[in-house]
Design a protein around this ligand. Structure first.
Ligand SMILES: [Zn+2]
Length: 216
């Protein structure tokens, strides 16, 4: 029940059906899912730990507000510290099964054309799968969990700004995938570093623009 409430709320937060700052009515969610309020509360406290919602005194929960440019910069700084290292570890430890998944991801990503909302969400999913595979492939559970939590925010930004220009990012991802498949830790580390730098630049440009023209 908790897992179901969690998945339901997470999907709505990611797709912005629940907008940043919007109040989340526990009773409404419980009624819609046909469950009691207790699992909904538990799911919300998990999402609170992931900083996707925040608890307000006497009001209940709200979706977290949009991150500022500074917070997004901090987020990328942290990713740069963790993910290139994780990729180097993963490159050394890639199993045949993981390599088969990588090849599927590559196919999904290269088939995506820019500007199509549906294709974009497929691309975002393939991107999340790739970064998760690197995270778990590192063989370090704490690193994997830290990366997983950070990505939740990135998804919201993707939904908002559609910044990760699919063609551009697909080429960057191919460099990462090639290095992982070749079991080359140095190349994998470098490819992730370059991808994160470019991704941050795309994100920052979109955020600078949104100050002029708010998306919501
Ligand atoms: Zn990526």
């Amino acid at each position: 029940m908790v897992a179901r409430a969690y998945e339901h709320l997470l999907a709505k937060l990611m797709s912005l059906e629940i907008a940043p700052g919007e109040r989340i009515a526990i009773d409404t969610v419980a009624r819609r899912l046909g469950i009691s309020q207790t699992p909904v509360r538990e799911a919300l406290s998990q999402l609170e730990a992931e900083k996707l919602v925040s608890k307000m005194t006497n009001v209940g929960y709200r979706a977290s507000p949009q991150m500022s440019r500074k917070e997004v910069g901090d987020l990328y700084t942290l990713r740069q510290l963790i993910e290139p290292y994780a990729a180097a570890c993963a490159a050394e430890a890639m199993t045949d099964e993981a390599i088969a998944i990588l090849q599927d991801i590559d196919r999904d990503m290269s088939g995506v054309e820019a500007g199509d909302a549906h294709a974009f969400s497929r691309f975002a999913e393939a991107d999340a799968t790739l970064h998760r595979l690197i995270a778990t492939g590192s063989g370090n559970r704490l690193i994997a969990e830290a990366i997983e939590r950070l990505h939740a925010h990135i998804h919201i930004f993707r939904a908002l700004y559609s910044t990760n220009a699919p063609h551009e990012a697909a080429a960057e991802h191919r460099m990462i995938i090639d290095a992982l498949v070749a079991h080359d830790p140095v190349a994998a580390e470098q490819a992730v570093r370059v991808h994160l730098e470019r991704s941050q630049q795309r994100m920052d440009a979109a955020l600078a623009e949104s100050i002029e023209t708010p998306v919501l």
